[in-house]
Design a binder for this molecule. Sequence first.
Ligand code: NAD
Length: 420
Amino acid sequence: MAEIYTVAILGVGARGGDVYGTIINDKKDKFRIVSLCDKKPERLERFGEKFGVGKDLRFTDENEFFKEKRADLLIIATLDTEHARHLLKALEKGYDVLCEKPLTGSREECDRLVAAQKKYGGKVLVCHVLRYAPAFMKVGELLDSGVIGRLVLIDALERVGYAHQAHSYVRGNWRNTKVAMPMILAKCCHDLDLLQYYVGAECETVSSIGDLAYFKPENAPEGAARRCVDCKYKDTCAYSAVINYIDRWKESGQPEDSWPYNVVANAPVTEEKLLKAMTEGPYGRCVFACDNDVVDHQITIMTFKNGVKASLTMTAFVDGGGRRMVFHGTTGEIIFDEAENLISVRKYGKSREDIPIDRLLEKGYGHGGGDAGLINTLYDILSGVADERTSLKASVESHLMGIAAEESRLNGGRVEKVHK
Ligand SMILES: NC(=O)c1ccc[n+]([C@@H]2O[C@H](COP(=O)([O-])OP(=O)(O)OC[C@H]3O[C@@H](n4cnc5c(N)ncnc54)[C@H](O)[C@@H]3O)[C@@H](O)[C@H]2O)c1
């Protein structure tokens, strides 16, 4: 009989509980969730019941949790600034680990993580889930097949989207670099990870510019209130919390447990809970009156050791979300565009093949099938039959790109070496 791996989860929020825990809990022939740790008792209760974890193995205090090794695998899905500390503890305890991104914003901590893995030997898989998403994998296969000749340049666009920016990076968990990583790591570490995977060589130098252009007090419209529920623009402002959380929730059929409403109010979500969140919680704040400092637009350019160049533009100022990447080769180009549902392979002067992205997708989970793809591959990695695509080593490499990009941005776009 195939081995069943026991799993503990540290941080049972949106990622640890709703995504990884839920997918893993559906694969009872492969995994068994045996222990949970979360500071919030209501989350422990909810997911403890859902996953059938005994009350004696649910912890609100991480020190209690780390007193013993609770399972074969630990999933770390706490917030950005805790990942490195938790990963170090987990490796010391002898766990194999699935760790949320970003790992850290510090070069020294990258070194400490690599040294700890060398010392304690646990497997570490970082949740760069897009590498497990069929459409992104398809692009990798196309590049490897040589269909566009030699890759010369990648032009990448990360459309965060105005509503997602307001939710996560103005009002939410990733709004401020005191409590989260800078945007280039918090959001764009996926893009950097993909770029280095597609280029297939280490990045040498980066230069980056960008800042917070819009979501600050001086841009508030005349007479705006500090909370949208009290504001005269609540029915007209694109960023109105009333429109984005109450009206949209109603339009989408009043779901009890779906993003972003289940972040604003605990599931099961009700209108009453949402209204309370609007009057008391962080998500009801005016976007021009928050404690945010994270950039809303940023452009990064990169050179790689094999001569390939890349640019990455991140912007909040776009209607929908989704990534667009154009791969320019010597004999053709590939256009990947999530918003257009398209991978288009164009050989110069010859054929054009269009592949609708949704034809490649598995239904059910987010990130274009990447969340489910990651968990499927995780089992094979633990069993030693699949390669660690998003290993600690590969992930540290893209984190160094992000760290160098932020150093550059803070130095007015100065060209920075990735490896110092
Ligand atoms: N891989 C991806 O594509 C992806 C997508 C979204 C978010 N993320 C990352 O996943 C992480 C979690 O995000 P989320 O949306 O699930 O956040 P969340 O706030 O919903 O969940 C985090 C949970 O961790 C708990 N927690 C924090 N510190 C703790 C501690 N010391 N001990 C015990 N519990 C603790 C919190 O109480 C919370 O329940 C973030 O770092 C985020 O950047 C990754």
